[in-house]
Design a protein around this ligand. Structure first.
Ligand code: ADP
Ligand code: MG
Length: 341
């Protein structure tokens, strides 16, 4: 459109700033689930319950048994750029928590009706804060936090129009929970929809058990253990045998220091490792966990933190490629090598 008469430069009102920022972090109900699960895990939760209504559009409630938030900090938690996780640039460079930007609760509060209910460790009562009115009241609950999010995008109808059916949004919410569950086998997860339990993964003894529970027994049976150290990078997890490859890449999970990521270096390394054994468009299945000194990876690249940047991409590429190639080449347990000839 042609420029109209010039308007003066003005700072945007706070609420509008938050609504604009929310667009980067919250695309759909599953984005809210992801952020709230990050927070629950950062708080040391052992058991997390996700309750949804209408695919999460009407209600997302996430309850944890973590450290909780002291009453006097509840309203601070909803402010923009307010976080307990970092306090300086040097802490950002070695951050070990899932969160650190202090944006999620403020963003969600700007585009939905949010209630923050919490009881901090050692506190003698729980309190509920209404994100809209700021009203604080005492309630009953054990140590931990519940965040309730109602009527997502009520204030931004344009965004709401992009949502798919409830069933599709529910599937994305479940997938977001599954991604966290695959990172943290020691934590129990349950997902309810419209009052019905739809997924439950109990705290598991080890990663393979969680992979079996949250993916399938078949995933574990048709994959080989990966365990490899290359330079400063450690890669563990499971890589599917070629026969387990699928037409869709829907069982491909990559984690960097416990965070689910999508990364070109990593997916290229996986593709090269499978190059000689997979043909056509077949997609390998895998759940791989990369551990690397936090100072060697920048997680502050994208508001949703799904992208990372490695200081030494080549080292990471090699480590991942070799990890998979070695695992696929090793004889599988229970399959004695056939005598030659
Ligand atoms: P960030 O996770 O980046 O710090 P958030 O907006 O997600 O930012 O959360 C703000 C703060 O609120 C967190 O730093 C944390 O102190 C507190 N908080 C949020 N969710 C929880 C929770 N489930 N349990 C305990 N504290 C929480
Ligand atoms: Mg957070």
């Amino acid at each position: 459109a042609a420029a109209g008469p010039r308007r003066p430069i003005r700072e945007l009102p706070d609420e509008l700033i938050s609504q604009i920022a929310a667009g980067e972090v919250v695309e759909r109900p599953a984005s809210v689930v992801r952020e709230l699960l990050d927070n629950a895990l950062d708080a040391g939760a052992r058991q997390i319950t996700v309750r949804l209504s209408a695919g999460g559009v009407r209600l997302i409630s996430i309850e944890d048994d973590g450290l909780g938030i002291p009453r006097e900090e509840l309203s601070v938690a909803l402010r923009r750029h307010a976080t307990s996780k970092i306090a300086s640039l040097s802490e950002l460079e070695t951050v070990g928590t899932m969160g650190f930007r202090g944006e999620a609760l403020a963003a969600i509060n700007a585009i939905a009706e949010l209630t923050l209910v919490s009881r901090a460790t050692g506190a003698d009562a729980a309190h509920a804060l209404d994100g809209r009115t700021g009203e604080l009241r005492q309630v009953a609950r054990n140590t931990g936090t519940t965040v309730e999010v109602r009527e997502l995008f009520y204030a931004t109808p344009a965004r709401r129009k992009f949502l798919k059916t409830d069933a599709t949004e529910l599937a994305h919410c479940i997938e977001a929970t599954r991604r966290h569950a695959l990172a943290r086998p020691d934590v129990g997860f349950a997902v309810w929809h419209e009052g019905k339990l739809v997924e439950q993964w109990r705290a598991a003894a080890d990663r393979d058990q969680r992979l079996a529970d949250a993916l399938s027994n078949e995933f574990v049976a048709q994959s080989v253990a990966v365990s490899h150290v290359g330079g400063a990078v450690r890669v563990v997890g499971r890589a599917g045998i070629p026969d387990a490859a699928r037409s869709r890449g829907d069982q491909q999970f990559f984690y960097v220091n416990g965070r689910f990521v999508r990364d070109k270096v990593l997916s290229h390394a996986v593709r090269s490792a499978y190059e000689d054994v997979l043909h056509g468009q077949r997609q390998p299945v895998y759940a791989l966990y990369l551990e690397i000194d936090p100072a060697r990876v920048d997680v502050n690249v994208h508001p949703t933190k799904i992208e990372v940047r490695f200081r030494d991409g080549r080292e990471v590429h090699q480590a991942v490629r070799h990890a998979i190639e070695d695992a696929l080449a090793a004889p599988r347990a229970g399959e004695a090598a056939l005598p030659a000839g």
